[in-house]
Design a protein around this ligand. Structure first.
Ligand code: BES
Ligand code: ZN
Length: 593
């Protein structure tokens, strides 16, 4: 027996799933999926087949010709969940498992109508990355295994369903008041890219192959914000090759969605906090779109190689930003990334093994290991390779990389020989082993400079000494420049300084959550009471972990704001996603007093 992924019971000596057929009945009243998962093994197989499950009730298992399959659920492991061992009778080609999810399945958030924009209908969405697909269905829950899938999803009439797949028709459901939506995903994808959302959804076309879905109340705003997506797809195709997934649709979720975006193929999931009204946050769309090449075509074999997904994608996202908005905007994006990187290195400690790109995650929950390091350290390595060989050669390398590994899942150790074959000597020249297997940041990390960046940081760092931006400077700033200015301000300010900033930069009423949250981190961390109501409003509505973590951490700095944080959390907790809840519990656990 060999397990190739520390986060899965999948055994490389056993058959691999070749195709998946899902039938899901979405029960909003009980907050469960009643499901049937049919795993097609291709060749006739027999003997043990180990699947991943977590919080699933397994009802039965049988072969395609109706023979019962014996099964046993192992003990609960804290990170992995329970192994489901099937004992396949000789000649099994397909096994059908009937099961039910738990109301608190981590992959699924069930929202009450009050938690939606329209307040009239419930909402359900999934988030399977990294290892939560096993709470939604029994499967080989490792990116090493890729499957095409088909799904039939039964939902209440009047609601709509979307998946990381193409739509393939609808019909009347098995009971009055239900409809069954059919989906087909012809391309092989890893389990973490399986995705489903159900709610009161409307759609607006943005081009012949791109459409945005959202609640009816937000779909117009979403269509405006993401109107440039077709231009983005075309720019990405020029950079990385043809878009292979047919359609690029997007779904704007209710505000509790715990991430900024998730690259579910054919249906990117997005936080509604991107709807800033000024198109300033579309770099998240650039990022999720770029995953269509780096991540969804070429996939990390396990979470220990997550940098291959995210490092390459941040690099690709910045190339896209450069193509669309120029090099000045790109330098600012790298600067914002640098800030996130520094904070992650500081949070773990520069000698922490979690600062390596190639990590060892046996016994480690990938959600706990999550940070900006695979993203920003990874992107800096890719950029260093690019700078070392020059853009033209590197672009040819990226095309070759995608062509060689498309629709496969690879390790760092498979990447390295390919790099050596295509760009001989470059790995040694940049000291790639230090980057991959060493902790902290190597000394040869690229630094991205720009005039605007120098001016903004100098002005912000001079704040304590009395430097202030002029009204003309402030009006000339775009949202990204405003954010960089705020990021470089001192963390603890007097009430007078806070009042000056709020009056002159008009911060508290902002709808751009990057700026708003950066401001609230400074102001709430400085115990500045006039922002407390806005802090409560953001923390009670928004579940994006990127915002919750620093805001709750800033509230921990003073006794009064610590009490405020505990009180807000107690009220907001039931509305948070399980993942957000976990992050905040750990932040609050680090408060003293
Ligand atoms: N795939 C990630 C989100 C993710 C990572 C979910 C790991 C679960 C586990 C997605 O592509 C992502 O990186 N989103 C970022 C966007 C940003 C880097 C532009 C986010 O959510 O903030
Ligand atoms: Zn990503």
């Amino acid at each position: 027996m060999t397990r190739l992924d520390p986060h899965s019971y999948c055994d490389s000596d056993q058959p691999r799933t070749r195709r998946l057929d899902l039938a899901l009945d979405v029960d909003f009243a009980r907050q469960v999926l009643v499901g049937r998962a049919t795993l097609d093994l291709g060749d006739p197989s027999s003997g043990p087949l180990d699947l991943d499950t977590k919080d699933l009730a397994i009802r039965s298992a049988r072969t395609d010709d109706g023979r019962a399959v014996r099964f046993v659920l192992g003990d609960e492991e804290p990170i992995l969940g329970r192994r489901l061992r099937l004992d396949l009778p000789a000649g099994t080609r397909q096994v059908e498992i009937a099961y039910e999810t738990a109301p608190d399945a981590v992959a699924l958030q069930w929202l009450a109508p009050e938690q939606t924009e329209g307040k009239r209908h419930p909402f359900l969405f999934s988030q399977c990355q990294s290892i939560h697909a096993r709470t939604m269905l029994p499967c080989q829950d490792t990116p090493l295994v890729r499957v095409p899938y088909r799904a039939e999803v039964t939902i209440p009439e009047g609601l709509a369903a979307v998946m990381s797949a193409g739509p393939s028709g609808q019909r009347a459901g098995p009971r009055p008041g239900t409809r069954t939506w059919v989906f087909e995903m012809p391309q092989a994808i890893p389990s973490y890219l399986l995705a489903l959302a159900v709610g009161d959804l409307a759609a607006k076309d943005l081009s012949h192959r791109a459409r945005v879905w959202a609640e009816p109340e937000t779909v117009a705003a979403a269509a405006w914000e993401f109107a440039g997506v077709e231009a983005m797809i075309q720019a990405a195709e020029r950079l990385f090759g043809p878009y292979e997934w047919d359609r690029y649709d997007m779904l704007v979720l209710p505000p509790s969605f715990p991430y900024g975006g998730m690259e579910n193929p054919r249906m990117t999931f997005l936080t509604p906090t991107l709807l800033a009204g000024d198109r300033s946050l579309v770099d998240v769309v650039a990022h999720e779109l770029a995953h269509s090449w780096t991540g969804n075509l070429v996939t990390n074999a396990t979470m220990e190689h997550f940098w291959l997904n995210e490092g390459f994608t941040v690099w690709a996202e910045r190339r896209l930003v450069e193509a669309l908005h120029g090099s000045e905007a790109t330098a600012l994006a790298w600067a914002i990334g640098q800030k996130a990187l520094d904070e992650s290195v500081a949070r773990f400690g520069a000698d922490s093994p979690l600062t390596k790109l190639r990590t060892d995650l046996a016994g480690v929950d990938p959600d706990e290991a999550f940070s900006s390091i695979p993203y920003e350290k990874g992107a800096r390595l890719v950029s260093l390779l690019e700078q070392t060989v020059g853009r033209e050669r590197f672009d040819r390398f990226v095309h070759a990389y995608i062509a060689r590994f498309r629709f496969t899942s690879i390790t760092t150790e498979e990447f390295l020989p390919f790099l050596e074959a295509e760009l001989p000597g470059v790995a040694a020249k940049v000291g790639i082993r230090d980057w991959l297997y060493g902790v902290g940041m190597p000394a040869n990390a690229p630094v991205f400079r720009s005039d605007a960046l120098t001016t903004l940081t100098a002005l912000a760092e001079g704040f304590a000494g009395g430097a202030r931006p002029s009204p003309e400077q402030i009006t000339a700033w775009n949202p990204t420049q405003m954010l960089i200015y705020l990021q470089h301000l001192p963390r603890a300010l007097s009430a007078g300084d806070c009042a000056w900033l709020d009056a002159n930069l008009a911060l508290t009423p902002r709808g751009n959550h990057e700026i708003l949250v950066e401001w609230l981190v400074i102001a709430a961390g400085s115990d500045y009471a006039p922002v407390f109501a806005r802090v409560r409003d953001v923390l009670s509505r928004v579940g994006r972990m990127k915002y919750l973590r620093p805001l709750y951490a800033a509230l921990g700095r003073q006794p009064r704001t610590r009490a405020l944080a505990r009180e807000i959390f107690a009220g907001a907790r039931p509305g948070y996603h399980a993942l957000s809840r976990r992050v905040i519990e750990s932040v609050l656990g680090k408060y003293d007093g």
